[in-house]
Design a protein around this ligand. Sequence first.
Ligand code: HEC
Length: 505
Amino acid sequence: MAISSSPRSSLSLLRHNAALALLLWSVGAGLSWWWSYNTHQQRVLELAKVEAATNINKDWSFRLWATSHGGVYVPPDEKTPPNPYLANLPDRDIITENGKRLTLMNPAYVLRQIMQGYSDLYGVKGHITSLNLTNPVNEPDAWEVAALKSFKLGVKEAVTVADIDGKPYLRMIRPILMEKGCLKCHANIGIKVGEIRGGISTAIPMEPLYAAFKPDFQGASLIHSMFWLLGVGAIVFMAWRAKREADEIDRYQGEINHLNRDLEQRVAARTGDLEAANQELEAFSFSVSHDLRAPLRAIDGFSRILLDDYTDKLDEEGMRLLNEVRDNAGRMEQLIDDMLKFSRAGRVEIFFSEIDMEKLAREVVQELQPAVGDGKLQVEIDAIPPAKGDRAMLHQVFFNLLSNAIKFSRTKETPRIKLGCSIEGDEAVYFVRDNGVGFDMQYAGKLFGVFQRLHGVDEFEGTGIGLAIVKRIVTRHGGRVWADGQVNGGATFYFTLPVKGAAQR
Ligand code: HEC
């Protein structure tokens, strides 16, 4: 008899759940770590952007300053030769009153030199560029070309992170517009004041920023791994404990199963013994009853012959004694019949079916109508729910109980019988109540015994087998019987049937 699910399946469920918990926890921790990583990355980017914007702003201010002076004069040298692209200007190269030579530097030229120094010193790169080139040195690269084109569509800024010489940089480019001052040198390319002339592009090295945020990020990573480990530990611990409990349950289960098997074996053995003994007994009583019949018939038969053929030879007393012999032989035959009936009630196989108990009760009352006699008897039948059982046997139960009730109440002025049923838990409790002569509760235990009688034969007929048969049938249906009563206060006989499913035996 298996009471719980198999231990192996519960173990695999446990494993499955633990694995699932680990997976969920790890995914959760991973997501959180990833989120924190991203946040840090975002911070670095924001900072780099601020730095880039600062650079571009300063760059632009320098250019505006240089433009406001129409360019700047410096003494030419090897690094700063006169700009060939300014050759068309009349005053590119001048000589001061005391003979000093000066050459004009346009803003792009100045800033190129400054940015060269800046890049060498600090790694920050920057230059001016345009789709309308004067000097190929200012040529935009592919990314810048795309950005410059997008500016014409209204975009105000382009940002990207890219590797330059194998190191990460934040690149930013913003458009620059034509100012009045620019026209001095750029009037010829046909771009009007306020229109886009090109862009200032800068690249900020990310490494220092990454380095600045590294401790933060490392701290977050450490906390994440610690929490993750803690969670893993907790899950493993809980799984371990659950496994231990499951093992314990399995062990008990095993013990219970073992005990159950043992018990079942013992019950089977005892039942076998009992059945064998019962069968022997039945066979015995059956053959005894049968064998007793023939001599009884003989006694009865010969007594009758004596009475019929020897009337003249017998006196009054002889006749009376012979009649007594016949009466007793008759009673004995009745006893034998009842014994056979009783043993049949134990032997016959039960055929379970759905039975309308109320209808069955009414049928039995109908059958017993002749026994009721003068019509003083009132029979009341409550609503009775259907039951599962052997129709013929339950018919016998109602028959015996009702005929008893009729028998023991017929001496009353107004005999009354009531039949009913109530459902109590998983039992249907049926009762048959009469207001007859009742019985002394002292003998309640004897009522259902074989050939037990509480009243004299001369008072009420019968051998006392009816209730024993009722008990046998009800017990075989898995129910119980009992009775309630008092002398001259009526009696109530109860029997139960299991409500759910068919009862066994
Ligand atoms: C003094 C003359 C002068 C002034 C003023 C001047 N530029 Fe230039 N600019 C040049 C020359 C010459 C070049 C090309 C040679 C070089 O790169 O040095 C140039 C290059 C550029 C370039 C790079 C693309 C290209 O044509 O090679 C841009 C963009 C630019 N200037 C925009 C401006 C803007 C905007 C202003 C006004 C705020 C301005 N310039 C003011 C002379 C000038």
